[in-house]
Design a protein around this ligand. Sequence first.
Ligand code: GTP
Ligand code: MG
Length: 252
Amino acid sequence: MKFDDFDKQMRVYEESLDQCIIPDMYIAVRLDGRSFTRLTKEVCKFEAPFDPVFRDLMVDTTKHLMEESGFQILYGYTQSDEISLLFARDETTFSRKVRKINTSLAGEASAKFSMASGTLATFDCRVVPLPNADRVCDYFRWRQEDAHRNALNSWCYWTLRKEGKTVRQASKELEGKGTSFKNEFLFQRGINFNDLPNWQKRGSGLVFREVETEGFNPLTKEKVMTIRRKLFVDYELEIGDKYNEFIRGLIR
Ligand SMILES: Nc1nc2c(ncn2[C@@H]2O[C@H](COP(=O)(O)OP(=O)(O)OP(=O)(O)O)[C@@H](O)[C@H]2O)c(=O)[nH]1
Ligand SMILES: [Mg+2]
């Protein structure tokens, strides 16, 4: 068989699972660290429940994806071992192929986190197609509410562990317990959940802003003002309707 025919024949198999996100659909993606329970506790021994060193590694990984992955990303959000990204609506990189988006972002994030932490770490990535602006807002609000719930739970769990309870005992003690029980549980031990840092309860958001910077024109030897896009990290995100408005403003 001529190579061209052979090539054509085999590409049918390779492309059989290719899927694209249709135009006009909003694209969000979520990356999640693989087996980070082990990595955070046994390999890197980060402070539990929250370690700013781990948070900074996640923020730097998010920055890398927003600045170097080649995709136009409007918003980055990270909490725990996950990263969510919102693509510009007219993004056409890789013809919006799901496999290319997932694999390239997972690869970039894994490489960046591994180099920054000095430990082999991997991320998975899933594309989340969202049909309209309301669902985009809901998506990010969902991840933020998940952060809030996890923070309360983790603080209770690690407080029990530090009191000497085993994994099983601590988990059992919190099983089926609601929000008010957990808040009260912490309060009794001198921890006011409301006063804990907002990044732990709400996650961290990353957006580009345009800033004016002073440059120098070597030809005219004059100072010139230029507009540059700079990435900002917000550790004091809004919540509820205000957060919705913030997300809506990004996609408007
Ligand atoms: N010590 C420590 N652990 C953290 C911190 N932030 C997140 N984690 C842990 O990261 C893990 C993230 O949870 P999951 O993604 O559900 O667990 P996983 O082990 O990564 O499992 P898979 O994602 O299914 O591979 C949890 O065990 C969290 O406690 C931190 O600041 N310090
Ligand atoms: Mg994980």
